[in-house]
Design a protein around this ligand. Sequence first.
Ligand SMILES: [Zn+2]
Length: 97
Amino acid sequence: MRAIPAFKLTPEPLDQEAAALPPFKWADAHIGKRHRLGGQPDFIQADDVPTCSCNKAMSFYAQLDSINDEFVLGDCGMIYVFVCFDCLTTKSVLQSF
Ligand SMILES: [Zn+2]
């Protein structure tokens, strides 16, 4: 299993609709800013690293945060993406508070 170094991802609106989205009204300030490439998953619930269908441990690739109150994943949840560098299978996991 190859570990990817950690990068912070900062979303940049690509159009006026995205730029005009209102922020969360009540969520903590860090909610919506937890996007990450590589490093370790910041699981909300128990660790849940999937196993590939080829039986290899999968590498953590990225986590994607909820966007705002309109595009929220459950209760301020995140999507975790994993990849197998051997067979190029991907799997994702969603966790929420
Ligand atoms: Zn695999």
